[in-house]
Design a protein around this ligand. Structure first.
Ligand code: CP3
Length: 325
């Protein structure tokens, strides 16, 4: 998950003070930062060190990621003329450093590497709002006030996600994750009409590897997010795993869902929460244990180490698979 490394002293030591986009553009640094949480925590997969705004920035839309704030856009998307600022991505030319980082990791990572992209809605929300938003007021106003322009915008963003994901798959990632982090801001009707078709198009264009679909606060739209052609649906801590499985049926693979804030509390409470998630999953093989959202920077790495250890210890099927006994 985002920021798994940020809690680590070794991350702060090599990350430097500049924009994260500069760190991402240095492939050997990006590969090193990808592996830091793998080496420290012993997790079973690595998520590429990059950001969801890398493709839009690479084609010149003018985005930066401000520490403590998030993506900030110089000139937000406002009208039809802004579509011209969203040309197609040519991954080899525009984001060669991403592909180079993936190639280094395919050689060096002891665990499978997960590539990713931002989903059309969440990236659109940053481009339209100009900075992180609580209400998504401008984004929703564009949907309802100018649906034609909205669909043209997210069509372009779907194409960017497809090109980016395809290039990462060609470079060797073992799975991909589509981050629609803020889709939970939408009603089911709005999600179904304004977002689901573009997201479905992204998943249908990358059939080659397992595909994870992630969002936060998505309890009421989980069934719609599952119905996009993805293979795994992320669930945050607001919906218990057994309840999510009731909603989606036994064939859907779930990812989640420890509340990252729980990891700031006493270790016995953390352990009880981990055990509760595994108990609710009831040995179902279709479960990727994860946090419900990104690691909070103030998290004690020792707590995350213990979470990984416990999940391994308490997952019998995983133990036999990994030959951990
Ligand atoms: O764990 C990892 O580092 C994996 C790589 C990763 C990053 N961003 C690096 C990052 C991934 C998978 C992302 C995806 C991402 N970026 C999402 C989707 C996932 C989610 O968290 O919902 C979103 C919404 C973004 C946009 C973004 N980038 C935000 C909101 C922030 C936080 C700003 C802050 O400092 O609080 C970022 C910055 C960012 N991206 C950091 C990292 C490690 C932290 C700051 C830094 O080192 O500069």
């Amino acid at each position: 998950m985002r920021q798994a490394g940020r809690s680590l002293p070794e991350y702060r030591a090599v990350r430097g003070a500049g924009s994260i986009l500069d760190a991402i553009a240095d492939p050997s640094l990006a590969a090193e930062l990808t592996l830091q949480p793998v080496n420290r925590y012993g997790v079973d997969a690595a998520i590429l060190y990059s950001d969801i705004v890398v493709p839009v920035n690479a084609i010149g839309f003018g985005v930066d990621v401000r520490p403590g704030v998030g993506p900030v856009v110089e000139q937000p998307f406002a009208d039809e003329s802004d579509l011209e600022r969203l040309r197609p991505l040519e991954p080899e030319a525009d984001t060669p450093y991403v592909l180079e980082a993936v190639k280094i990791l395919v050689d060096e990572s002891p665990v499978p590497v997960i590539g990713f992209a931002g989903a059309p809605f969440t990236v659109a929300s940053y481009l339209i709002e100009g900075s992180p938003s609580r209400t998504y007021g401008r984004t929703k106003a564009l949907m309802s006030g100018n649906p034609d322009l909205w669909f043209r915008l997210i069509d372009r963003l779907a194409d960017l996600a497809i090109s980016s994901l395809r290039s990462q798959i060609d470079a060797g990632v073992a799975a991909v994750q589509l981050f629609d982090s803020w889709a939970g801001a939408l009603s089911p009707a709005a999600y179904e009409r304004f977002v689901q078709p573009a997201t479905r198009r992204v998943f249908e264009a990358v059939p080659d590897v397992p595909r994870i679909h992630f969002g936060v606060g998505t309890g009421e739209i989980l069934h719609l997010m599952a119905d996009t052609g993805c293979d795994v649906v992320g669930v945050d801590w607001r919906v218990p795993v057994d309840v999510a499985r009731e909603r989606l049926g036994p064939d859907t693979v779930l990812q989640g869902n420890l509340d990252p804030a729980v990891c700031l509390g006493p270790i016995d409470v953390v352990e009880a929460e981990v055990a509760d998630i595994l108990r609710r999953n009831n040995g179902h093989p279709g479960h990727v244990f994860n946090l419900g959202h990104g690691v909070l920077p103030e998290t004690d790495p020792a707590v995350l180490e213990q979470v990984v250890h416990l999940v391994h210890e308490m997952s019998p099927s995983l133990n036999s698979q990994l030959n951990r006994g």
